[in-house]
Design a protein around this ligand. Structure first.
Ligand code: ZN
Length: 225
């Protein structure tokens, strides 16, 4: 999943409109931010194996720390706790933890049975990735719904808030299209470093654009300097 994870982050704006879109992106991507680091460190294993599923040339041999349900829930709780410690908004902290768990659920739907419940535990997966057409249809539908929820929960403060928001959404769709149509990557190291660098750039872009938007319910005298 790629767009599906961003979709949940956008949708979460409805539940946590004061949380930065960058923070929501990071929470929804949390397992995929940890995974490249663990792959590069040799702790987790994946192989380039075109045809393993129709959608991705990657075979996820072992990722118990970044992608088991129990550890993902723990990472999400830790992420939410750090956010609460800094911002003191309990609802936002719960939403952030839930986004991380939502990442596991979307991966569980997408992957073949390679998603562990806990490290060493049984592996599950519904295998949406066995069909490229079904994967793209589901992800685009989720993404459209998420964007609509974010747009209904926030409004632009200025032109960057409006056009930057649109450009970021377009960039995500373009990256997805490139990902779907590109040949298999040269090495797992390349996947790891491009993955973590790309995710951090997207988080930073989202955080920057988010500062030019505001919760739509909160506009008015109280928000003016
Ligand atoms: Zn993942």
């Amino acid at each position: 999943m790629f767009l599906g994870h961003f979709a949940t982050a956008y949708a979460a704006k409805r539940l946590a409109p004061r949380a930065s879109l960058g923070t929501l992106f990071a929470a929804a991507q949390l397992p995929d931010l940890l995974w490249p680091v663990l792959i590069a460190g040799g702790v987790e294993k994946a192989t380039i194996a075109p045809g393993d599923t129709a959608f991705t040339p990657l075979r996820f041999d072992s990722y118990p720390i970044s992608h088991s349900l129990v550890t993902v829930a723990a990472w999400g709780a830790a992420f939410g706790a750090v956010h609460f410690w800094r911002k003191r908004r309990p609802r936002d902290a719960v939403v952030l933890a839930a986004l991380a768990v939502g990442h596991w659920v979307l991966d569980f739907v997408s992957h073949r049975p390679d998603m562990p419940l806990w490290p060493g535990g049984p592996k599950l997966g519904l295998g949406l990735w066995n069909s490229v057409a079904a994967t793209v249809a589901v992800e685009l539908a989720l993404f459209a719904a998420g964007l609509w929820l974010a747009l209904s929960a926030t409004r632009a403060r200025d032109r960057l808030g409006r056009w930057g928001f649109a450009a970021l959404a377009a960039l995500l769709v373009l990256l997805y299209a490139a990902n779907v149509t590109s040949p298999p990557p040269p090495s797992m190291e390349a996947v790891a470093w491009v993955g973590v660098a790309g995710a951090l750039v997207l988080v930073a872009l989202a955080a920057w654009i988010d500062r030019h938007r505001e919760p739509s319910g909160l506009r008015g005298a109280a928000f003016r300097p």
